[in-house]
Design a protein around this ligand. Structure first.
Ligand code: 2P0
Length: 319
């Protein structure tokens, strides 16, 4: 009873920031994301026949912080399969972990895909989506290909791919400005914003319209409007973070400089826009022909230490 799976991180264009139910990790809003080929998590899961304590390593080190959430997901997978004892889980990321590159999304998506394969679970797509969601609210999006819509339902969420990678090839150049793990994680940060930001209500109330307009942009392949709207959703999310108490500033000086460079590039006609998550990395989303110009501009920004180039990728799958 063992299997391995690969999952990619994803980056949201219309962002998730805040929960409607903290206990069951239900998001307050839907979201729209890009699954990113080029960076990945590879996870191996092996189930013993006897029950016992699950063992977890991430990048070769025991990870006690994530152990309870991982076991919670594994318990539900064991219940769905009606099988499986204690699990040994070994997970490796080929990109910085816990630094705003969605390692929790790819991590829980790879965990669910590998454990489901090891347990012989076939189908059950919506159940797996909601098990991944309990590990990390953004993880279910990494189970799906290309451009992915996550929608709220009464008791859970539903995800689907709204555009396959080859239907609208987009590139993402990630400007890494720090390899350090963030001081305040997303779960704690978004809860702080929900409790203390005076703008939280406006964020939730304006979200459905943003999501619908973004979906229309994808359907019409309208890069220019998607660019404007994605930057707006990103900056609204960071306005919530900045207006939380105590404040959450996920940016450093290079983050802001890189955002400004992307703004200037687009103003001069290059099809590119930025998005930034709960960390200091800037993701520049562009049409493939624009990659050389985007790379050149970002690598000259003081404080940018590495560029990672991604394309749209497939959802989590056993290997
Ligand atoms: C997103 N982020 O939509 C937003 C934008 C980060 C900034 O979803 O508490 O690790 O585990 O559900 O999924 C990161 O949050 O949080 C995230 P939990 P998660 O991509």
């Amino acid at each position: 009873m063992q299997a391995s799976a690969i999952a990619h991180p994803n980056v949201a264009l219309i962002k998730y920031w805040g929960k409607r139910d903290t206990g069951s990790n239900l998001p307050a809003t839907g979201s729209l994301s890009l699954t990113l080929a080029g960076i990945e998590t590879l996870t191996r899961v092996e189930f013993a026949s006897e029950s016992g304590t699950d063992q977890l390593t991430v990048n070769g080190q025991p990870d006690s912080r994530a152990a309870a959430r991982v076991s919670h997901c594994l318990d539900q997978l064991r219940a769905l399969a009606g099988a499986g004892g204690s699990a040994t889980v070994d997970s490796e990321n080929n990109f910085p972990t816990g630094a705003g590159l969605a390692s929790s999304a790819s991590g829980y998506a790879a965990l669910v895909a590998a454990a489901a394969a090891a347990l012989g679970i076939d189908g059950h797509e919506q159940e797996l989506t909601n098990i991944a969601r309990q590990g990390s609210g953004s993880a279910p999006r990494s189970l799906y290909d290309g451009i992915v819509l996550l929608e709220n339902q009464d008791t859970g969420v539903r995800c689907r791919s709204v555009c396959a990678p080859d239907e609208w090839p987009l590139s993402v150049v990630v400007a890494v400005t720090s390899h350090a793990a963030k001081a305040v994680g997303s779960t704690e940060g978004m809860e702080r914003s929900r409790m203390t930001s005076p703008y939280y209500g406006a964020w939730v109330n304006s979200h459905a319209a943003d999501l619908q307009t973004a979906l229309n942009c994808v359907e019409q392949r309208d890069f220019a409007q998607l660019a404007e709207l994605s930057e707006h959703s990103c900056l609204k999310m960071h306005a919530l973070a900045l207006s939380s108490r105590p404040p959450l500033m996920y940016w450093n000086a290079a983050t802001v400089a890189a955002m400004q460079v992307v703004t200037e590039l687009r103003a001069s006609g290059t099809p590119v826009f930025f998005t930034v998550d709960a960390g200091p990395q800037v993701k520049a989303v562009c049409e493939p022909d624009a990659v050389p110009a985007v790379r050149e501009a970002l690598q000259n920004v003081p404080g940018v230490i590495e560029l990672i180039e991604c394309t749209l990728g497939r959802g989590a799958r056993p290997v």
